[in-house]
Design a protein around this ligand. Sequence first.
Ligand code: ZN
Length: 232
Amino acid sequence: MRPINEIIVHCTATPEGRPVTVAEIDSWHRARGWSGIGYHRVIGLNGERWAGRPLDKIGAHCEGHNERSLGVVYAGGVARDGKTAKDTRNAAQASALLAELVELRDRFNIKKLSGHNEYANKACPSFDASKVYDYLFEGRSKGFKPILDAVLKRRDFGPEVADWKDRLKAWRKTIPMAGPLLDGDAFDHNTEMTTILFQKSRGIVADGKVGPQTRSEMELALAGKPPFQALG
Ligand SMILES: [Zn+2]
């Protein structure tokens, strides 16, 4: 096996809602004169997890960074107008992508994840992949600081709150639920309500405050694991 130390996330740059197959991507890449599909894993529109290029073969997905990386792509990344970059991951895709990333991380002990847009002047994958998935690498990937131990609650604000809201958003993408806006760095009403929904879903005290138990439940949830109380 070749040395692998990074996962690079991509989108197919196809319009929201349009199905894309491995064969189709393969034909696009052959048309460019490549030996075939350049990505190692493909997440289909309905959350399918497909194999692309064999993992032990160097990919063709990110110029200058193919040798030691794996390329994972999801179908979408562009709005229905066919040109505006958009994070089009639906709940099934978000959950399949997360599962795929965790599996590859554990299989190859990978400690770094990047979005294609960190290496090229492109929108791909149309979201801030290294930030969104940094928690999977315990902050090691790009040096984002993990959440502090302090309890966060209504009317708090700052980077730790923004970080918690990012986690709430990531969690919400794993379940079929639309929710209120979670922008900015203030612990507002929406943040509190979404925190309560999260706590209820995990069977822990639903007080809308973010302490160690709520945080560790979030780590379990984002890793696709059952509530702590249900373990063992
Ligand atoms: Zn890309």
